[in-house]
Design a protein around this ligand. Structure first.
Ligand code: NAP
Ligand code: 8YV
Length: 324
């Protein structure tokens, strides 16, 4: 199946990466609306739209308002904001952007871990404030990575890239997934609580969604223990944020490094006020290099679907869906 895309209407709800926009402008008829709100779908859009380039949540009501929809091409590997099950039930393809961001996000995770443990942002602030001259050396950090045992919650593409880096740093690695990974030589824990008990450093890089909602809870943090470090580069929804704040305030765990939050871009003031937390504004994949590769993959999925009837990177829920 080879066909031209010039007569195909692609809808862009909300903001879009400029590179994806310029790639799509040359081949498709584009329509833009402010958000993925079903009430914004006009009769003309309902009649014409066959594809969505998604940078915002796409829910069931919006999908249902577009009866000709064939594909939702989403920006990002995590697609918890896209109702993929509903798309699958309606025979609509969903794509995400795996692999092209794996190494970048793993680099960020290691940076966040080191910032949390060795306090590098605070040490730099000390220098910039003239305190090295005025007050002397920055205090020795109470925490070190030396001798730590790291647990990875979510040993997938990014989890494995993080594990490789940790091994090069001479750290022991174990993990929890729902199923053991065939060719991974790290110790596997079928329960997250048991993993937390075995390690002193927990890195969460699991997807968001119902199956991981608040999985990192009070019990997991208690098992991680008073020397414990928690890093989250996965999704904010995977953590009980109130339990995490309490654990950091009362010494249940020692420190945390967070790139993701429950209600982004709003970060609880209690987290900002804590001295034992390192915070980043969801920048795991945020380099020009990697965002360009993600932007291209969104466009390539739409071209692949409408020119050749083949999406490049379907999510597992819709992998079996064929173009009509
Ligand atoms: P992936 O290859 O699909 O890996 C996800 C891993 O999590 C799999 O090994 C999976 O194993 C495990 N998992 C899924 N659900 C689970 C559950 N309920 N309990 C235990 N383990 C579970 O995905 P990836 O490419 O590594 O990306 C992982 C996530 O990182 C994304 O979904 C996204 O949320 C996040 N991310 C964040 C940033 C950022 O900027 N901070 C950037 C990119 C990605 P099983 O299926 O065997 O359980
Ligand atoms: C992006 C991400 O920041 O890929 C993901 O799952 O969380 C990040 O790479 C996000 O998808 C774009 O807003």
């Amino acid at each position: 199946m080879v066909s031209s895309t010039s007569g195909v209407t692609v809808l862009i709800p909300g903001a879009i990466n400029p590179r994806t926009l310029s790639r799509l402008e040359t081949g498709f008829r584009l329509e833009r609306i402010a958000s993925g709100d079903a009430s914004l779908v006009t009769p003309q859009l309902a009649r014409d739209v066959r594809g969505i380039a998604a940078f915002v949540p796409i829910r069931a009501a919006f999908i249902d308002a577009l009866p000709k929809l064939e594909i939702v091409a989403s920006f990002g590997v995590g697609y918890d904001a896209i109702d993929a099950k509903h798309c699958a039930a309606r025979g609509i393809m969903v794509t995400n952007t795996p692999d092209v961001l794996t190494e970048e996000v793993a680099d960020t995770a290691i940076g966040l871990l080191i910032n949390t443990v060795r306090e590098l942002p605070k040490a730099e602030a000390w220098l910039r404030a003239g305190r090295w001259v005025k007050d002397g050396n920055y205090p020795l950090t109470r925490l070190s990575l030396r001798g730590r045992h790291v647990g990875i919650f979510g040993m997938g593409r990014i989890g494995r890239a993080i594990a490789r880096r940790l091994e090069a740093m001479d750290l022991k690695v174990s993990y929890h997934n729902r199923r053991p990974v065939d060719d991974a030589h790290y110790d596997y824990y079928p329960s997250l609580v048991d993993l937390a008990k075995a390690v002193d450093t927990l890195i969460c890089v699991a997807p968001g969604g119902a199956s991981t909602e608040k999985a990192v809870n009070d019990r997991v943090l208690t098992m991680l223990g008073a020397n414990g470090i928690f890093i989250n580069i996965g999704r904010g929804s995977t953590v009980d944020e109130a339990a995490l704040i309490a654990a950091l305030q009362n010494g249940t765990i020692r420190a945390a490094g967070l790139d993701v939050f429950a209600d982004e871009p709003r970060v609880p003031q209690a987290l900002i006020d804590l001295p034992n937390v390192s915070l980043l504004p969801h920048v795991g994949s945020a380099s020009q290099h990697t965002r360009a590769a993600m932007a291209d993959l969104v466009a390539d999925n739409l071209y692949g679907w409408f020119e050749r009837g083949r999406a490049l990177t379907p999510v597992p829920e819709t992998a079996g869906i064929k173009a009509s």
